[in-house]
Design a protein around this ligand. Structure first.
Ligand code: HEC
Length: 120
């Protein structure tokens, strides 16, 4: 990765002498590595920290639902006091039909029951 700026600096100065002087090439390389540093820090912040609230079947919900995305997708849903059962049934059905989640009927019922009681 750190050979890239060096390479392009050499290519620029030999192919088009004067077009990109050494100092601006250096400044450009410095910017590049700064951006890479920022990118690394942001990546580190993305480590999974969300957890589902403990309860019967929280474990199966955790293992099933964090395969494709953060559990934040569940815990940050706004309250659905009117009908949490319908909301979570629709969500889990969408995960299956639209995104290809494979789930046994019995496990599906347990997960929907847990989510409806816990995130309402
Ligand atoms: C096969 C992959 C996959 C699995 C497993 C999965 N999801 Fe998702 N889920 C997705 C995708 C893709 C999105 C949409 C992401 C986006 O729009 O950024 C999503 C989004 C969501 C959202 C946000 C609202 C929405 O409808 O977009 C919720 C809530 C959610 N999932 C709940 C669940 C629950 C509960 C489970 C476990 C039963 C689960 N997911 C398992 C793929 C999956």
């Amino acid at each position: 990765m750190d050979t890239a700026p060096k390479k392009s600096r050499t290519r620029h100065s030999s192919a088009r002498a004067g077009a990109l002087d050494r100092r601006s090439a250096k400044r450009f390389a410095g910017k590049l590595s700064t951006n890479v540093g920022v990118w690394h820090r942001q990546t580190a912040l993305l480590a999974e920290t969300a957890q589902l609230r403990q309860g019967p079947d929280s474990e199966i919900a955790t293992t099933t639902c964090q395969v494709c995305h953060s559990l934040d997708y569940i815990t940050t849903q706004p309250p659905r006091l009117a009908n949490p059962g319908a909301f979570w049934t629709a969500e889990v059905t969408k995960m299956k039909k639209v995104y290809g989640l494979k789930l046994e009927d019995a496990d599906q019922a347990r997960i929907i029951d847990y989510l409806s009681k816990t995130y309402r």
